[in-house]
Ligand binder design. Structure first.
Ligand code: SF4
Length: 1002
C-alpha cells in the first residue's frame, strides 16, 4: 500500500473499494454475498470512477454495475472507467494525503451508528461505536470482514460442548443445548474481548475454567469481535500503516475492553470536541439541554422553543406530526424525528407520503416479510399429512416459486377440498401438468417444478424427520430465492421496490442455506421442536423493510438521540420511553474475581454512560425548537432518563397544579391549531359517511333484470326467500373475493362425509351389507381424511377425527339397514336432476336416489347436522329443496318418490308420513305432509311473488322486510319468529350482508 490513497465508495454492491494511486491497484472489500474478498491486481493506469448510478455513460462505470453478478463483483473488482469523462471528473473522490485532511474518527464506547444528514457519504468523517471503528480499520488494513450469522457460531459451540461432563453447565446442556451454547458463547466472546486468553486462570470463577475446557474443543472458524480486533492489532504490529487519521474517543481509553486498548494505543488519538447547546439564549430548549448535561438549572416553563403534548392514540400522534411537518416545509430537511418505535415511524412515513411531502425512509427489521415466509411454509411440505393452511398460505404469498395462475388454481382446489392429494387438488394438479406439456417455450417445465415441490418425500408428522430430507428442502428454497433475486437484479428497469424484494429474497436464500447446514450438523434426524428452534435462530434478524424511500429534503428519522452528530433545527420526539439496556451476564462476585485475575469486565455502566452522553450531545445539537409527544403506551414503559429530567423541571415550575401536557385530540376538537406554535397544524371538518343502513327495497328497473334459462333447487329457494340475493348473485354476478380460504370446520366435516359416502356407494349396483358398508366407510375415512380434510388429520385433532369416523360408520349402518328393510336394492349418489320447472330446465344433483326392484324410488338428502332444523322442516312441510328433487323424479317416474333426510352426525333419518321412506319403523315416521303437497305450495308461492322480476316494483330483501309485506308462501323458506341470535337460513352464508346493511361496515 502506498501513502497516496484514493478512497471512494464503489457501487451499491462493492461496499468499499480502495484504490491506491501509486501502486495503482484496485481492491474491493466486502460485498453482500462474499463478504471476505480482497484481491490485488497488477499495476495499471489509474482510472477515475463514477459514483452516479444514474449516469448513462457506460465508459464511466465500473463494469460491475448495479445489475452485475455480485460474486463476480466481489472477486474481480477491476474498476475500468473513462478518465476522460467530464461527468466522472466532476464526481471523483480523488485525493492523497497531501490533498485530503486526515480522516476524522469520532468514536464512542456505546454501540450504534450515526445518521448521515446528507445524501453523500462523508468519506473523511467516520462516527459511531466500536463496530464502525473496527470496520474502518479492517478496510484500511485489507483484513477480511465477516458477516457471519450468529446461529452458525452457536452451532459450532454447541458441538464443542455437546459431550462435556463434570462442568458447571452440564445439566443446562442436557436440558437445552442450544440455549446453553448461545449463552456460553456470548460470555466467552465478552471474556476474550476483556483480555481472557482462553486458558484456566488462577482465582477466576469456576465457569471460566469450564469455558477454557470448552475452548479446547471449539473449532471457532468464524471470528468473534475479539478475534477481529486481535487481527487488527497483529496487522499493525506487522508494520501495516493506517492512513492519516485523527481518532476522537468520547470516553478515555482505559474504559475500553483490554483487546481494544491494545489497538487504540496504536492510533492517533486526539481530544474529543466539546459539544455545547446550540439553542437560543434564555430559551426553554437551552434550559432543557443544560438540565440533561447535568448542570444546575432552575425549573422552567415551556416557551416556543420547547413544546410538549400528549396523544391518546398513535393515529392522532402520527397524523398530527405529519400535519405539523407539512406546515413547515422550509425546515423539513433540518428536522429530526426521534422515534424508537419502528412501526410508528413507518406509519408516519405513510402519512407523509399520503399528503405528498418527502418521506423519511423509515424502516423496520421484520421477520414478517412475505418473502421470508417461503422457508417456514416450504418446510411444512416435508411432513405428512401436509397442513393445508400452511400449504394455502404458501400458495397465496406474493412471491412464490410457481406462476401465479398455477398457484391460484391449486389454492382454489385446496379451498374446495383442503388437503394435498385431495380429489380437487389432484384434478387441478393434473390439469396444470397437462397444460405444461403444451407450453411452447418451456415444455414440461411447470410440471417438473410442481413435482419437485409437491411430490417430494415426506415424513410422518410427530416423528423425527431425516435431516437429509429437511436439508434438501432448505437448499431447494435457497436455490429458488437466490435465482429469483438474480433475475430481479438483472432487470433493466429495476425499481426501488423490486430491489427491496430482491434483498429480501437474498436474505431468504441465506436463511435457507444456513438452516440446511445447521440441520445436517444435528445428526441423522431432527425433531419438530428442534427444527423450530433452529428456524427461530436463523430467521431472528429478519430483513429490513422500507415501505417508503428516503426522499431528498425530507426529515431525518433516528432511533436514538445518539445517532445525531450534526447540528439541526428542530427535534420532534415521538414517544418518551426507551428500551432497557442489557444487564450484565455476570454476578458482582464473578466480576470481582475476574478483576482480581486481571480480566476487567464492564458490568454495563461504561456502555450506558457512553450512550447517555451521546444522547445528550444529540439533543444539544437542536438549534431551534423541540416538540415532545407523549404516547398512551408510555404510561407503562420506562421513561427516557433525559426526558424524565426535563419533565421534572417543567412540572416543578408548574407547582402547585399537577402538570399534564395538552392533549392533541383536544387541540384538534377545539381547532386550536397554533396552541403549540411554532408547531402549527391544519384542521378541517369532514362529514363521516354513515355505514349502509338496512335497505329492504332496491329500485332496479325491470329491464335490467332477465330471468334465467334454467333453475335449481337452491336458486328457487333464494328467489323466494330473498330476491335481492338472487339478483346480486345471478343477475349482477357479484362474487366474493378470489382470495382462497379453507372451509370452516362445519363445512369441512359435511363435505368429507358426503365425499366418503359418494366413494363408498357411488359405484351403483346393489347395496352392500351393513357390515361391508361399515368396513368400507371406515377404510375410506382413513384413506381420505389426510387428503380431503387434512385440517382434521393433524395430530391435535386425533380424538375428534375418531369421533367423526364413529359417527359416519353409525350413519352408514343406519342408511344401509333402512334401505335394505324398505326393499331398495340399489343407490345412485349425486344423481343429476332431470326435467323442468316453470318452463325451464332443472339443474343440480340428488345426494342419493334409491330404487327398488318393483320400481319404487326414494330421494335421500344427506345433511351433516341439524336434527331440530330438519325435523321442523319435515313436520311443517318446508323441505322445499327435497321437494324440488322429488318433483324432478316425478317427471321421469310418473309419481313423487318417498323422501328422507339422513342427519349424519346424529345417525337419524327423518321421513314424513305423507311420503314415507319404506324401511323406517312406523313409530319413527314423522307427521308431515306429502312431498307433492310441499312442491305445489312452493311452486304457487314462487309464481305469486315475482312482481319484482317482471314489473318495476323494487327488488325486496325479504329477511329485512316486515312480515306483513311478505307474499303468501314466504313462510316456506323464512322463519316468522326468529329466536334470539337466530338468522334466516338464506342469510347464513350470504356474501352480500354488507350491501343490504345486515352487517355494519366499519
Ligand atoms: S344477508 Fe339476507 S337479506 Fe341481505 S341480501 Fe343476503 S339473504 Fe338478503
Amino acid at each position: 500500500m502506498g501513502n497516496r490513497r484514493l478512497v471512494h465508495y464503489a457501487t451499491y454492491y462493492c461496499r468499499v473499494a480502495k484504490i491506491t494511486t501509486e501502486n495503482v491497484e484496485c481492491d474491493v472489500v466486502d460485498s453482500y454475498d462474499k463478504p471476505t474478498q480482497v484481491r490485488t491486481h497488477e499495476p495499471r493506469a489509474i482510472k477515475p470512477y463514477c459514483r452516479d448510478n444514474a449516469c448513462q455513460d457506460n465508459a464511466c462505470h465500473c463494469r460491475h454495475d448495479r445489475r452485475s453478478d455480485r460474486n463476480a463483483a466481489a472477486t474481480d473488482a477491476t474498476c475500468v472507467t473513462a478518465a476522460s469523462s467530464p461527468h466522472c471528473q466532476s464526481r471523483l473522490f480523488f485525493a492523497n494525503n497531501d490533498m485530503l485532511p486526515p480522516t476524522q474518527l469520532i468514536i464512542r464506547l456505546a454501540p450504534g451508528r450515526v445518521q448521515a444528514f446528507s445524501d453523500l457519504p462523508a468519506i473523511d468523517r467516520i462516527q459511531g461505536g466500536p463496530a464502525v471503528l473496527l470496520e474502518w480499520l479492517e478496510t484500511q488494513l485489507g483484513l477480511p470482514q465477516s458477516d457471519v450469522h450468529r446461529a452458525a457460531r452457536v452451532m459450532q459451540f454447541a458441538d464443542a460442548i455437546a459431550n462435556m461432563t463434570g462442568v458447571c453447565f452440564e445439566q443446562s446442556i442436557a436440558a437445552d443445548r442450544w440455549e446453553t451454547a448461545s449463552e456460553l458463547l456470548q460470555r466467552r466472546d465478552q471474556l476474550m474481548l476483556c483480555g481472557w486468553d482462553g486458558t484456566i486462570l488462577d482465582r477466576c470463577p469456576r465457569i471460566a475454567g469450564d469455558l477454557a475446557l470448552a475452548e479446547k474443543q471449539y473449532a471457532g472458524s468464524f471470528p468473534s469481535e475479539a478475534e477481529r480486533v486481535a487481527a487488527v492489532a497483529e496487522a499493525l504490529d506487522a508494520g501495516q500503516v493506517l492512513p492519516n487519521h485523527e481518532l476522537k474517543l468520547t470516553e478515555p481509553i482505559d474504559l475500553w475492553p483490554a483487546a481494544w486498548q491494545r489497538v487504540l494505543s496504536r492510533l492517533n488519538v486526539c481530544d474529543p470536541d466539546e459539544v455545547s447547546p446550540c439553542s437560543p439564549e434564555l430559551s426553554s430548549l437551552l434550559a432543557a439541554a443544560n438540565t440533561v448535561r447535568g448542570q444546575t438549572t432552575p425549573s422552567f416553563d415551556c416557551d416556543s422553543s420547547l413544546r410538549v403534548a400528549q396523544a391518546r392514540s398513535e393515529t392522532a400522534a402520527v397524523e398530527f406530526v405529519a400535519s405539523v411537518l407539512s406546515n413547515s416545509s422550509e425546515t423539513l430537511s433540518r428536522t429530526v424525528v426521534y422515534c424508537e418505535d419502528d412501526t410508528m415511524a413507518v406509519r408516519l412515513d405513510a402519512c407523509l407520503q399520503r399528503i405528498g411531502i418527502p418521506t423519511m425512509g423509515a424502516s423496520l427489521q421484520t421477520r414478517a416479510h412475505p418473502v421470508l415466509q417461503v422457508l417456514p411454509l416450504a418446510l411444512e411440505l416435508c411432513w405428512d399429512p401436509v397442513d393445508p393452511q400452511c400449504l394455502l398460505d404458501l400458495l397465496t404469498l406474493p412471491v412464490i416459486p410457481f406462476p401465479r395462475p398455477a398457484a391460484s388454481a391449486l389454492a382454489r382446489a385446496l379451498s374446495e377440498e383442503p388437503g394435498l392429494g385431495s380429489g380437487a387438488w389432484q384434478d387441478a394438479f393434473d390439469s396444470l401438468c397437462e397444460t405444461s406439456k403444451h407450453d411452447v417455450d418451456h415444455p414440461d417445465k411447470l410440471k417438473e417444478r410442481l413435482h419437485e415441490w409437491f411430490c417430494a418425500e415426506r415424513s410422518p408428522r410427530g416423528q423425527p424427520i431425516p435431516t437429509n430430507l429437511m436439508a434438501r428442502q432448505c437448499r431447494k428454497v435457497a436455490k429458488w430465492a437466490i435465482g429469483r433475486a438474480t433475475l430481479i437484479w438483472r432487470d433493466e428497469n429495476l425499481s426501488p421496490s423490486d430491489e427491496q424484494v430482491a434483498i429480501a429474497l437474498r436474505e431468504a436464500s441465506r436463511q435457507a442455506s444456513l438452516l440446511g447446514d445447521l440441520v445436517e450438523l444435528a445428526g441423522e434426524s431432527i425433531t419438530q421442536p428442534q427444527l423450530g428452534r433452529l428456524l427461530e435462530e436463523v430467521t431472528d434478524r429478519g430483513v429490513e423493510s422500507k415501505p417508503c424511500l428516503s426522499d431528498a429534503g425530507g426529515p431525518v428519522r433516528v432511533r436514538s438521540l445518539s445517532e445525531i452528530a450534526d447540528r439541526y433545527d428542530r427535534l420532534i420526539w415521538m414517544g418518551t420511553t426507551t428500551s432497557d439496556t442489557k444487564s450484565s451476564r455476570w454476578s458482582v462476585k464473578q466480576l470481582a474475581d475476574f478483576a482480581a485475575a486481571g480480566v476487567v469486565i464492564d458490568d454495563g455502566t461504561h456502555a450506558l454512560r457512553s450512550l447517555r452522553a451521546a444522547e445528550v450531545r444529540g439533543l444539544c445539537l437542536a438549534s431551534s425548537t423541540m416538540l415532545v409527544i407523549e404516547l398512551p403506551q408510555n404510561a407503562e414503559e420506562r421513561v427516557h432518563p433525559l426526558w424524565l429530567a426535563i419533565r421534572e423541571k417543567i412540572a416543578v415550575h408548574r407547582q402547585p397544579e399537577k402538570w399534564t401536557p395538552a392533549a392533541i385530540e383536544d387541540l384538534i376538537s377545539h381547532s386550536e391549531v397554533d396552541a403549540l406554535s411554532p408547531f402549527v397544524f391544519a384542521c378541517k371538518t369532514t362529514n363521516i359517511q354513515p355505514p349502509q343502513p338496512l335497505r329492504p327495497h332496491w329500485d332496479i328497473p325491470a329491464n335490467l333484470l332477465r330471468d334465467r334459462e334454467s333453475v335449481s333447487a337452491s336458486e328457487l329457494e333464494d328467489r323466494l326467500a330473498c330476491p335481492l340475493k338472487w339478483t346480486l348473485n345471478y343477475q349482477a354476478k357479484l362474487r366474493s373475493s378470489d382470495i382462497a380460504s379453507l372451509p370452516d370446520e362445519f363445512r369441512l366435516r359435511g363435505n368429507l362425509f358426503h365425499k366418503i359416502l359418494e366413494r363408498v356407494f357411488g359405484g351403483g349396483g346393489d347395496l352392500p351389507t351393513e357390515d361391508d358398508a361399515a368396513r368400507l366407510v371406515e377404510q375410506t375415512f382413513d384413506e381420505r381424511l389426510p387428503l380431503d380434510a387434512a385440517p382434521l388429520a393433524q395430530p391435535e385433532k386425533r380424538v375428534e377425527s375418531l369421533r367423526l369416523k364413529n359417527e359416519l360408520v353409525k350413519a352408514a349402518r343406519l342408511f344401509v339397514r333402512t334401505l335394505s328393510a324398505g326393499g331398495y336394492r340399489s343407490v345412485k349418489i349425486e344423481e343429476p336432476v332431470e326435467g323442468s320447472a316453470f318452463g325451464k330446465e332443472l339443474r343440480g344433483s340428488i345426494d342419493c336416489l334409491a330404487s327398488s326392484n318393483d320400481g319404487r324410488e326414494a330421494v335421500v338428502d344427506f345433511k351433516y347436522a341439524g336434527r331440530k332444523k330438519y325435523y321442523d322442516m319435515v313436520t311443517k312441510g318446508k323441505s322445499v329443496q327435497l321437494a324440488t328433487y322429488a318433483f324432478s323424479r316425478s317427471q321421469s317416474n310418473g309419481s313423487f318418490p318417498a323422501v328422507a333426510y339422513l342427519v349424519l352426525s346424529d345417525g337419524t333419518i327423518f321421513t314424513p308420513i305423507g311420503s314415507p321412506l319404506s324401511g323406517v319403523p312406523t313409530s319413527q315416521v314423522i307427521d308431515g305432509p306429502s312431498i307433492e303437497r310441499v312442491w305445489n305450495n312452493f311452486a304457487t308461492a314462487i309464481a305469486g311473488a315475482e312482481g319484482w322480476l317482471t314489473t318495476d316494483d323494487p327488488v325486496p330483501a325479504r329477511p329485512l322486510q316486515s312480515i306483513d309485506d311478505w307474499p303468501d308462501g314466504s313462510e316456506l323458506v323464512l322463519i316468522e319468529q326468529l329466536g334470539r341470535g337466530e338468522t334466516q337460513s338464506v342469510c347464513r352464508y350470504c356474501d352480500f350482508k354488507r350491501l343490504c346493511g345486515m352487517e355494519v361496515t366499519r
